[in-house]
Write a protein that binds this ligand. Structure first.
Ligand SMILES: NC(=O)c1ccc[n+]([C@@H]2O[C@H](COP(=O)([O-])OP(=O)(O)OC[C@H]3O[C@@H](n4cnc5c(N)ncnc54)[C@H](OP(=O)(O)O)[C@@H]3O)[C@@H](O)[C@H]2O)c1
Length: 327
């Protein structure tokens, strides 16, 4: 595993996304399986874990908390706030200082920590980012010692640029993958100039870029790849990067022909790591074998300039216009 600087620490360039470990939006992964996925990631040299207070309404954070207690290694856990919709919470009441402090404290409790390494805004409304009050609240939580760093997970390049104006912003989390290439031109240079870490989510377009799905693949009722396939429940971009599923299967097959060999998920992650502005990429995983495959991307040689050019041409000519939703 190779590491890249994130402020004053070195984080694994392949992190671990743990939306899957909450068992809410990806079907069922029980606690034992979840712990074994975290352990496999740690054994492979991983030290950066992304979660959120709403993943299984605290389940993902609590499992990570149990894992941290039993592990001797140092981990950098990034969580998020802003999307709670349970009793007494919701939009816009989640964006007061009191609510943000309460939500951060509950994350600390779930994780069994006294300080959060990174608290991220979790795709909150653009207007809240623009008004800037949420960042004042985050700066206050930082001064009080509840959080070491704060960042923002965003949907669009416009939101990324708004957040990059905020003093003290440590990181930006954004969707960037072979189906979403233009984000690099729109955001990366400014993030680098501002010293802001880039956390790349949905690197495999919800699994499409592993090449394992067929046009007739069916997802379970509790899997967002079923109930949000066309943006019915939340932003369409969070599922299959906004591509219509069968279209995405066809485009993934076209990408496969340009890659050096059949290790498609690894190469899809390698392509992201070939961008030096990226700090860490956070693929989710439902199996230990996936964790090991994803981490292996760190050890691959960069893709050649010729392959990068071909992948960009395919994106410009066949993919870009087919992505749905704001991004
Ligand atoms: N708004 C936000 O801030 C936000 C939104 C989305 C995600 N995230 C974060 O980003 C992380 C990553 O995004 P994501 O999980 O949505 O999408 P992703 O990483 O693109 O896809 C994860 C899925 O791809 C499949 N997969 C992973 N590795 C594989 C491999 N080596 N071979 C074959 N299949 C593989 C698995 O599917 P199966 O389950 O079918 O095995 C896995 O569940 C999340 O876990 C979460 O931490 C944040």
């Amino acid at each position: 595993m190779n590491y890249r600087p994130f402020k004053d620490v070195q984080v694994a360039e392949v992190g671990l996304g743990t939306w899957q470990l909450g068992s809410a939006d990806w079907g069922n992964i029980n606690e034992e399986e979840a712990i074994s996925i975290l352990q496999a990631y740690a054994d492979a040299g991983g030290n950066f874990i992304d979660t959120a207070d709403v993943y299984g309404m605290g389940v993902s954070e609590s499992i990570i908390g149990k894992f941290l207690q039993s592990s001797k290694k140092e981990f950098f856990v990034a969580t998020k706030l802003g999307r709670r919709g349970d009793a007494g919470n919701g939009w816009p009441q989640n964006f007061t200082y009191d609510a943000m402090k309460r939500h951060a404290e509950e994350s600390l409790q779930h994780l069994g920590l006294s300080q959060l390494f990174l608290e991220q805004l979790h795709c909150i409304p653009t207007a809240e980012m623009r008004s800037g009050k949420v960042f004042d609240h985050l700066r206050k939580l930082q001064q009080e010692g509840l959080i070491r760093y704060f960042g923002a997970s965003v949907e669009t390049s416009e939101e990324a640029l708004i957040c990059l104006e905020q003093e003290g912003l440590a990181s930006l989390q954004i969707i960037f993958n072979l189906f979403r290439q233009h984000v690099a031109e729109e955001v990366f240079a400014k993030a680098k100039e501002r010293g802001v870490a880039l956390i790349i989510r949905v690197p495999l377009a919800s699994g499409l870029l592993s090449g394992k799905f067929k046009e007739d693949t069916v997802f379970g009722d509790k899997d967002h790849r079923n109930y949000n396939a066309n943006g019915e429940a939340f932003n369409t971009g969070e599922t299959f990067s906004g591509l219509e599923f069968r279209e995405g299967v066809g485009l993934a097959n076209s990408i496969r022909t340009l890659l050096p060999d059949e290790r498609m998920a690894e190469w899809a992650i390698r392509w992201i790591l070939d961008h030096p502005e990226v700090t860490t990429v956070i693929p989710g995983a439902s199996k230990i074998s996936q964790v090991n495959g994803n981490v292996a991307a760190s050890g691959l040689q960069p893709l050649s300039a010729a392959v990068h050019t071909q992948l960009r041409k395919l994106y410009d000519e066949q993919i870009h216009s087919k992505i749905r939703g704001h991004y």
